[in-house]
Design a protein. Structure first.
Length: 88
């Protein structure tokens, strides 16, 4: 099994496979967190933006269609905000 671990708190990179592991301290790794996650296809969002939508859906002030519509709109807005205006 292959495993790669980025520990942003300790700024340590670890690579493991069936033959063993190697660990490397990388000063400044925590400053590369967003870029590394984005390169891995991981999108980080502030969940508080979604909290209101979930509460409205639970309180039945939004029906399912409105909920998904607004949820997708927030996600798309977040994705677009990650790129320069000229690309949107």
């Amino acid at each position: 099994m292959d495993r790669i671990i980025f520990d942003f708190e300790t700024e340590t990179f670890t690579a493991e496979n069936d033959d063993g592991s190697i660990q490397q301290k990388i000063p400044g790794l925590k400053n590369s967190r967003e870029r590394i996650l984005a390169d891995a296809g991981i999108m980080m969002m502030d969940a508080s933006e979604m909290g209101d939508l979930f509460r409205q859906f639970q309180d039945v002030t939004l029906d399912q269609e409105e909920f998904f519509e607004k949820l997708m709109e927030k996600i798309l807005d977040h994705i677009k905000s990650q790129y320069h205006d000229s690309l949107n």
